[in-house]
Design a protein around this ligand. Structure first.
Ligand SMILES: CC(C)(COP(=O)(O)OP(=O)(O)OC[C@H]1O[C@@H](n2cnc3c(N)ncnc32)[C@H](O)[C@@H]1OP(=O)(O)O)[C@@H](O)C(=O)NCCC(=O)NCCS
Length: 310
């Protein structure tokens, strides 16, 4: 780090400055466009649920770089770097190196033995580093991180009425109704049943992601029920407005076409909210999304880890 760079913890009233920095520093336009939602999710919303670290790199009085990190509520041996960004005109002068070193030191101080450059659901903006952020891939390797997994998104085109992602669900819904299955938008009153299905059948953080989808502006969830029981769900917007997921169908109801219907109902909402495309995040069953919505694999992410402490 050059002598003029200092790294300090940021307080939430600096969130607007962090958003402005990210709008200029996230080189992929789809990320810059959602900088405000990303900062809100990773920092302000996540802080209600788990330990969150927000660091700023300053040169004189100027904020030139930020890092947002977190520890899973259930496993504080891991520190996650959820976001790192440095203003273009301040790059290659050690700001990311200094931010990561401070994050590693603080995570180790809290008991972490590993730091991951990887998303930490239910609040995440990317599964890992998008391979097109090539400087970040180079920095990860230079700073001692090892690649351990790969993840990918699929893109559903919502730009035209003819898109397979916007194909009508009416006939399939009629067929399902004949089998006693109804589909509808979820409301907050459905959250306990949704959480039960998500938790019992799929585990992980899906129940929390559903809580971030139902009834929040820019987000939503559709469900299917039979005999008063929720048997499938699909959600969007929990972490980022243009992102779809998670979705799940109870094993006994698989294969009846419910998933495709719920998926397209969500994508229709996202189109109505003005999105020209949706990201199906951290996939999952590629053939299902290809068939049901004409989605294609597009964003690819490398996930990294590094041992810290002793
Ligand atoms: C990735 C990023 C944060 C790096 O910030 P930075 O302050 O320029 O990084 P540093 O100066 O600390 O670089 C540390 C090391 O990483 C490597 N590195 C960084 N940028 C590199 C590049 N463009 N090409 C090759 N190596 C690079 C180098 O080894 C560098 O050390 P050196 O300059 O002594 O050779 C910055 O490029 C950025 O904001 N990119 C866009 C946002 C992003 O990709 N975020 C990650 C996804 S969320």
């Amino acid at each position: 780090m050059d002598a003029e760079t200092t790294v300090v913890a940021l307080t939430p009233e600096l969130a607007p400055a962090v958003v402005r920095l990210c709008e200029g520093a996230l080189d992929l336009p789809e990320d810059a466009a959602e900088a405000a939602a990303i900062v809100d999710t990773l920092w302000l919303r996540a802080a209600g649920d788990r330990p969150v670290l927000a660091l700023g790199a300053y040169r004189a009085t100027e904020l030139v770089g930020v890092l947002i990190g977190s520890m899973p509520a259930a496993d504080q041996r891991l520190g996650h770097v959820d976001l790192i960004a440095v203003a273009p005109e301040h790059r290659r002068r050690g700001a990311a190196r200094a931010l990561l070193a401070e994050a590693e030191r603080r995570f180790a101080g809290l008991g972490a033995t590993e730091v991951l450059l990887a998303g930490n659901p239910p609040f995440y903006a990317w599964p890992g580093i998008d391979v097109r952020y090539t400087p970040a891939v180079c920095a990860a390797l230079a700073l001692g991180y090892q690649q351990d997994r790969t993840a990918w998104n699929m893109t559903a085109d919502l730009s035209s009425d003819d898109s397979p992602a916007l194909r009508s669900t009416a006939a399939a819904e009629d067929r399902l109704a004949g089998q006693g299955v109804t589909v509808r938008a979820a409301t907050p009153a459905d959250l306990p049943a949704l959480a039960e299905l998500a938790g019992e059948t799929f585990g992980g953080t899906w129940a929390a992601e559903l809580a971030g989808s139902v009834g929040r502006p820019g987000a939503g969830c559709h469900l299917a029920e039979r005999n008063g029981s929720v048997i499938a769900f699909a959600a969007y917007g929990s972490s980022r407005p243009s992102w779809f997921g998670p979705m799940g169908t109870a094993p006994a109801a698989e294969g009846s076409g419910i998933g495709g219907v719920l998926l397209r109902r969500c994508l229709r909402d996202q189109r109505a909210a003005g999105h020209e495309s949706a990201q199906i995040g951290w996939v999952g069953p590629v053939p299902f999304y290809s068939r049901s919505a004409g989605a294609r694999i597009e964003r690819v992410f490398f996930l990294y880890r590094k041992q810290v402490g002793n």
